[in-house]
Design a protein around this ligand. Structure first.
Ligand code: NAD
Length: 469
């Protein structure tokens, strides 16, 4: 196992002097230089992965689980160096549900994935003996986004490796160093060649999706790119798991206690400064509780400092890139222009360094306003007033995405009744966005298809060969 004494040592091991400058989104300073790999590099990586996979597939399930556990230990041993790299490149603070939380989740997910029951089984009675053996697909391509770059990479590679596949990872061009650093550490315990990484822009990702040496693509990113990948998959009938965009609704019921739910409601929306696929991106609040919920949210927001990631007191950070800053800015401006009431924020300092957008709460907003119906993916929450619960449920379901949703109530039975009417891959009760390695996670409608995590997730990285007789 490699142990990097400092963050600088880790950075040295991955930086490419001839590569592209990667800037800290909080300060504009150069973090390091990332290699700009080409489609030729990708072809070589797939070839190496294909060759290495043959022996890897011959290992027993116990041996591969032991490798995942070792990889988790390697991450733990290098945790603070990885945390610093992630915070500098992605922008997220060290504390709160941010960099330390993300690196901790990486080792946690590897350990959990090694502990799941293997999906193989035998159906036997007087008439039949059929064994279902889940066998590796071959080479898996893993394409990821910039919001949780390390954790999502682990979500993709852990089940793939457990099931005996080799993997070629294509990180987001916005956060390649985080993934390169993570995989440098993980690779120090894996057999050579099994886990490849190719750092490049969208065209490298596109080449991975049409490569005939790739058997499956695990993709997490936008719905627009997901649709392109579906088209590309036709060439070789490549299997896909697609975790795409969302616009999750939360519905507060009239029996909720505003003060009690405020903290979880806030973090359900503002986790990772709102740059989270399954964050609550719009919340519907009954007229009777409207002012109390707004006030309680303002109070939590004011107590949650935003700033440069490496400063220990911060729990909210910048947007990761200018493009995302502009999206949030445009949507909040549209809300303001429509006459919606800004309770907090909405006034970025365009001259200050970094892509900081202040924590923004918007009330009295039209339910069809762009800030409500488009994915903001940033720290700006629209709070929509309702009088009839059926109307709120209809609003929650009306968009073409369905990743998560939530119901907030002090009466579990009532919350469950509402949950049963919501169209989403996950519906949380009195929380939003918490995922667990044992529990399947995935979206419906334009939020994608296939599920990750747990034994269900393992099945997605294998094919069932039935031995009948
Ligand atoms: P994106 O789609 O722009 O990029 C994702 C990845 O796809 C990057 O690595 C990019 O280089 C690559 N890519 C670009 N064009 C490609 C192509 N034609 N073929 C193959 N790969 C290509 O997404 P993003 O902006 O990085 O991420 C933000 C989006 O991701 C948001 O919509 C968010 O909701 C979604 N997201 C979803 C989940 C989930 O689990 N459902 C998790 C995180 C983020």
């Amino acid at each position: 196992m490699t142990q990097f004494a400092t963050y600088a040592d880790l950075l040295n091991a991955i930086t490419d002097e001839n590569g592209r400058d990667i800037l800290n989104p909080a300060t504009g300073e150069v973090v390091g230089r990332a290699p700009e790999n080409t489609v030729e590099d990708l072809n070589a990586a797939v070839e190496t992965a294909r060759a290495a996979q043959k022996d890897f597939a011959k290992l027993s399930d116990e041996e591969r689980c032991a490798l995942l556990t070792k990889a988790a230990a390697a991450i733990d041993a290098n945790a603070e160096a990885l945390v610093e790299l992630l915070s500098r490149e992605q922008g997220k603070p060290l504390n709160g549900p941010n960099a330390r939380f993300e690196v901790g989740a990486c080792s946690g997910w590897l350990n959990a994935t090694a502990s799941f029951e293997h999906p193989n089984y035998t159906a036997v009675d007087d008439d039949i003996t059929a064994t279902v053996n889940y066998r590796p697909l071959g080479v898996v391509g893993a394409i990821g986004p910039w919001n949780w770059p390390m954790m999502i990479t682990i979500w993709q590679i852990a089940p793939a490796l457990r099931m005996g596949n080799a993997v070629v990872v294509k990180p987001s061009e916005y956060t390649p160093l985080s993934v390169l650093g993570l995989l440098k550490v993980v690779n120090s315990v894996l057999p050579e060649g099994v886990l490849q990484v190719v750092s490049g822009a969208g065209e490298v990702g596109a080449a991975l999706t049409t490569h005939e040496g790739v058997d499956k693509i695990m993709f997490t990113g936008s719905t627009a790119t997901g649709k392109k990948i579906v088209e590309a998959s036709a060439a070789n009938l490549t299997r896909l798991t697609l975790e795409l965009g969302g616009n999750d609704a939360g519905i507060v019921l009239d029996d909720a206690d505003p003060k009690e739910i405020a903290g979880d409601l806030f973090w359900g929306a503002f986790i990772n400064t709102g740059q989270t696929c399954a964050a609550m991106k719009r919340v519907y609040v009954p007229e009777s509780l409207y002012d109390a919920v707004c006030e309680a949210l303002i109070e939590v927001a004011k107590a949650s400092p935003m700033g440069v990631g490496l400063e220990e007191e911060n729990v909210l950070g910048p947007l990761q890139n200018k493009q995302q800053f502009d999206i949030v800015d445009k949507l909040v401006t549209a809300a303001k222009d429509s006459g919606a009431r800004v309770l907090l924020g909405g006034d970025p300092d365009y001259d200050a360094p970094g892509y900081f957008y202040p924590t923004t709460l918007v009330a009295d907003i039209d339910p069809d306003n762009a800030l409500v119906v488009e994915e903001q993916f940033g720290p700006a929450l629209p709070i929509i007033k309702y009088t009839g619960l059926d109307w709120a449920i209809e609003q929650a379901n009306k968009l073409d995405v369905g990743l998560g949703s939530s119901v907030w109530s002090s009466n579990r039975e009532r919350a469950l009744e509402v949950a049963a009417q919501l169209e989403a891959g996950t519906t949380w009760i009195n929380s939003h966005g918490a995922v667990d390695p044992r529990v399947p996670f995935g979206g419906i409608k334009s939020s994608g298809y296939g599920v990750e995590f747990g034994t269900e997730g393992l099945k997605g990285l294998a094919y069932p060969q039935i031995i009948n007789g």
